[in-house]
Structure formats: structure tokens, C-alpha cells
Design a protein around this ligand. Structure first.
Ligand SMILES: [Zn+2]
Length: 319
């Protein structure tokens, strides 16, 4: 019988980064909302788009903003043959440094052309504005060759100043588990918690790492540990955050399972956070079996068992 292959699963990490803009970029973004591009006047009299917040030579804040054209010249460019999600166009396009008329320094933005042989340095382009502007660089959808481009729409009326932006940050990748982690996750699918023992120091690692970091040798002996243990250290979470599944306060704790030598992090429920203690005896609460997969989430959380606390001396080396 062959060894089953390692496990892998799609993983997506995402959060929204909220940024306040300060006076200079508030001016720039508010201008975009009005379909007007503003540049900052630098200490040498040149105009930069977007405006930097501080002058690189004098270090003074940039306070003078001037309108520039939404037409300009391609200074340099790079072809994007396979756009990824979130880029300005979902078909091949160019990223280009574009010096707008009235500006001295280039703006990085997309240029929409059908193929790489339709863009060249020196080509004149015009901004294509979004139908609805919100005060973001994406209010300019892209630039396109000036020949045949429609007239730029007139500036929209003044609205509220744009003092902040939200930048979504997203990372999607395929998580590949090591052979040892794969065994651990397959164990969980059967309701077992599997670790590995170091042949030299005899410490049991749960989840298994594949090697002992102290002795530098492979850990090959599989060890099943029970789903009960103690709390070593813990954190009472009082701060709400985006995507939080449980209403604070709640306790995130390092659980040292009986027979294991390192603790792992899990959720501790069924107890007032104020009553959680180091050395408190706990046991896993598993989800209904039909919800199990190859995941640590098969364990919904841990709960106190009510047994006497472990003596500090018995676990101090595991902290
Ligand atoms: Zn070891």
C-alpha cells in the first residue's frame, strides 16, 4: 500500500487597511473625486503627481497643489500579459509612467491598448474616468491612446473632502502541509491527536515538526496523545476586530496536552475569562463528527474539566 500524499488546501488571508490621508493626499484624492488631477509644487518649482507629503530636498510639507491635465505622455512602460485579480484591467494591458501635461514627474498607471505593439514611449494618452468617482486612484480607470479618446468629462462638483481610504489587502495561496503535518491532520479527521517523539531527548511534539529543533534529528515515532491537558499561558481577548467570530471577552490559550511537551494555541470557552488560570485542567470539545475534516477546527474549543489545577512545578519547563 502506498503512502498517502501530503495534504494541501487553499488559504486566503485578507484584511482592509484603513488609512487617514493627511492634508496633502486629502487634496489629491478630493481632486480625483471631482475628476481633477492635482500635482504638488516642490521646492524646486517642479510639479509631482501624485503629490508627495513632504519635499525630498527641503523636508517641508507640500502645501501648494495645482491642477494638471488628464492628458500626458508615456515615459516608459511594461506589458502585463496575464493580469491578476485586482489589477486595473482584466485583459492584457501596460503599466506606464505617464508625465501629465503641466507635471514634471510621472504618474504610474495602466494604459489600455490591445497589444504591446500598440504602446510606445512618447505616445500621448488620456485618462479614462470612472462613471462614479469616490476619491481614489481607481477613479482613473486607466489611460488610453489620445487618438479617438473621448473628451475628458468636466470636473464634478465639490463634495465632502476625502480624508481617508480603505485599501483591501488580500493574499490567496495554496497551503502545502509537510508529511508530518499531513499525518496530524489525517489523525484529526479520525478524532485522534498525533504527535512525534524525538529519539534523543524523548520530547513529544504536537503538532509534529518532523525534526527536533534541539537535537536536529528527525522525529519518526508517532505518538497519540489524549485530548485533555492543561492551560499553560493565555490571553484574554478584549479587542474587537474585523472577521472576529466570537464576541469579546474570550480566552485564547496555550494548551499542553497530557504527554506532549509543547503547547499549542486554541480557544478556551465555558469559563468566565476572569477565572482562567495557568495549570487549569481542560478537555477538547469536538464538533459533531459529520462536520469533521482534516482540520484543527474539528475541535471546536477547549473547556475546563473541573479537576484540580496542575502544580506549577510540573509544567514550568513547558512555558
Ligand atoms: Zn530532541
Amino acid at each position: 500500500m502506498g503512502t498517502p500524499g501530503t495534504l494541501h488546501a487553499p488559504l486566503q488571508v485578507e484584511f482592509d487597511y484603513t488609512r487617514s490621508l493627511g492634508p496633502t493626499l486629502t487634496g489629491f484624492m478630493t481632486g480625483l473625486k471631482r475628476r481633477q488631477i492635482l500635482g504638488g509644487v516642490l521646492s524646486d518649482g517642479t510639479v509631482a503627481v501624485p503629490p508627495p507629503e513632504y519635499d525630498a530636498v527641503s523636508f517641508d510639507p507640500i502645501t501648494e497643489l495645482v491642477p494638471v491635465s488628464s492628458d500626458g505622455v508615456v515615459q516608459s512602460w511594461a506589458w502585463v500579459p496575464e493580469p491578476v485579480e485586482g489589477q486595473p484591467l482584466d485583459r492584457p494591458f501596460a503599466f506606464a509612467q505617464i508625465v501629465l501635461d503641466g507635471a514634471d514627474r510621472p504618474l504610474l498607471h495602466a494604459v489600455s491598448v490591445d497589444s504591446a505593439d500598440q504602446i510606445e514611449t512618447g505616445m500621448r494618452v488620456r485618462a479614462r474616468w470612472a462613471d462614479e468617482t469616490v476619491g481614489a486612484i481607481t477613479d482613473i480607470r486607466w489611460f488610453e491612446p489620445l487618438d479617438g479618446a473621448p473628451e475628458a468629462p468636466p470636473p464634478a462638483p465639490d463634495g465632502e473632502p476625502v480624508t481617508g481610504i480603505i485599501s483591501p489587502v488580500k493574499l490567496a495561496y495554496d497551503f502545502a502541509a509537510s508529511p508530518e503535518e499531513s499525518a496530524f491532520f489525517r489523525g484529526l479527521a479520525e478524532g485522534k491527536i498525533l504527535g512525534q517523539r524525538c529519539p534523543v531527548c524523548e520530547k513529544v511534539y504536537v503538532p509534529p515538526r518532523g525534526a527536533c529543533p534541539v537535537d536536529g534529528v528527525p522525529t519518526t515515532t508517532e505518538v497519540e496523545v489524549p485530548d485533555s491537558g492543561i492551560v499553560t499561558t493565555f490571553c484574554i481577548v478584549n479587542v474587537p476586530f474585523l472577521g472576529q467570530r466570537i464576541t469579546p471577552p474570550y480566552v485564547s490559550a496555550y494548551m499542553l496536552l497530557d504527554g506532549a511537551d509543547i503547547a499549542f494555541l486554541h480557544l478556551l470557552l465555558g469559563v468566565d475569562p476572569a477565572d482562567v488560570r495557568m495549570g487549569m485542567r481542560v478537555k477538547a470539545v469536538w464538533k459533531p463528527r459529520d462536520e469533521w475534516g482534516t482540520s484543527i477546527e474539528n475541535i471546536s474549543h477547549f473547556e475546563p474539566t473541573g479537576e484540580p489545577d496542575a502544580d506549577y512545578e510540573s509544567f514550568k519547563v513547558h512555558l
